[in-house]
Design a protein around this ligand. Structure first.
Ligand code: ADP
Length: 376
């Protein structure tokens, strides 16, 4: 057996990332053995983190492809095994270091993840649609993005992002499924079928705590949290668990939506959270003759931004106005966000503009108190 060839195969394996953890399998202790016989036939044994790993086919494909490219290798045989508890423990140590269980990485000083809690006053204004499109848009810009569906009662994020897989669990860590390069976790992944979740406040708080602490998010640039509509327990829990989370308020132009959006936003006053801005959704419908039909009225987004700016004493910009567009709804139903499928449509362009505004924000400011005291 040529040791040089084995080193080349190992080097090739270090270019293969685990599809869920997104780190080289060589760093994760997943390569158990590498052998190459005198005819160049390579045999690689890879250890899965858990037996039912949904990614085995992809992993086998990726390993085969990488090793086949090595000069001198004539064939590749990949066999799969499963890590022992001790190996999973080591993997956990590699990934999380000495961070205590239950520690929320985003709440630690020095966390470089921008956390945006997407809030609305009432349901149906497009909060989840905005969340998933912003996530896909930011991921397409090369940022590392996660979405936490905290809309425990009305979870729709997995469908909108086309996530069908279940999270795998590795030694107390939950590996979030990935769709369109976005890591996604939702209470909907833990309930059978479409069972409605009827939980009370303390359980919601616990679920959120677990999603923030036990999910292996990796190094995220941005975490978007889709909050349930209204000013409920979850918004307060978010503020307690991740004080640096900033609110992104979604509203329609309609007066009723506007009033409740202001109330939802004003929670930031009590919790001392920053409001990053307001997104107005369903702003108008472009008609074939080029005119605009303002189905839900006009000016709601700007009015919410102005009112929140006045009540918090901070600058609250209107970050975008998203028109009504059938492709937004279709993209949600098909799990293919419109920003990816029809990037030139006016709705996708408007969402992209909001994503730009979020992407351009200085990381250095995030997580630091700006020392502003809200005006009451
Ligand atoms: P929320 O999260 O606020 O309850 P959703 O994102 O679930 O709202 O949106 C409610 C419905 O409206 C969904 O069917 C969604 O596809 C649709 N929708 C949202 N925004 C738009 C838009 N700009 N144009 C067309 N349909 C939209």
């Amino acid at each position: 057996m040529s040791t040089a060839l084995i080193s080349s195969v190992r080097a090739a394996l270090s270019t293969v990332d685990d599809p869920e953890i997104r780190r080289p399998i060589t760093e994760l202790g997943m390569v158990e053995s590498v052998e190459v016989d005198e005819f160049g036939a390579a045999a690689v044994r890879v250890l899965l983190t858990v037996a039912g790993c949904p990614m085995k086919a992809q992993l086998t494909r990726d390993v085969t492809a990488a090793v086949s490219r090595v000069d001198g290798v004539t064939s590749v045989d990949v066999t799969l095994g499963v890590m022992t508890d001790a190996q999973r423990g080591e993997l956990r140590q590699t990934l999380r270091g000495d961070a205590p269980a239950n520690e929320i990485p985003f709440a630690q000083p020095g966390s470089r993840t921008r956390v945006y809690a997407v809030a609305s006053g009432k349901g149906g204004v497009g909060k989840s649609s905005v969340t998933v499109n912003l996530a896909a848009s930011l991921a397409a810009r090369g940022l590392s993005v996660g979405v936490l569906d905290a809309d425990i009662y009305g979870f729709s994020v997995p469908r909108m992002l086309g996530v069908t897989g279940k999270p795998t669990q590795v030694d107390q860590m939950i590996m979030p499924p990935i769709a369109h390069d976005v890591k996604v976790i939702s209470i909907g992944m833990f309930t059978p079928g479409n069972t409605a979740v009827v939980w009370r406040g303390p359980m919601l708080h616990r679920a959120l705590q677990q999603f923030l602490a036990d999910v292996f998010w990796g190094d995220l640039d941005v975490l978007l949290m889709d909050l349930p509509p209204g000013t409920g327990d979850i918004a307060i829990s978010v503020a307690q668990l991740v004080p640096s989370a900033e609110l992104l308020v979604v509203t329609t132009p309609q007066l009723a939506a506007r009033e409740v959006a202001e109330r939802a936003g004003s929670i930031a006053l009590q919790t001392h959270q920053q409001i990053v801005g307001v997104v107005e959704n369903m702003s108008w419908l472009d008609l074939p003759d080029g005119s605009r039909m303002e189905l839900f009225g006009s000016g709601g987004g700007q009015a919410v931004a102005d009112s929140l700016a006045a009540s918090t004493g901070t600058r609250v910009p209107l970050l975008g106005q998203i028109p009504i567009d059938q492709s937004v709804r279709e993209g949600g139903d098909n799990g293919a966000p419109v920003v990816l499928t029809a990037p030139n449509s006016p709705a996708a362009q408007a969402m992209g503009k909001v994503a730009d505004a979020l992407a351009a924000r200085q990381r250095s400011l995030v997580g630091k108190s700006l020392g502003l005291t809200p005006v009451r």
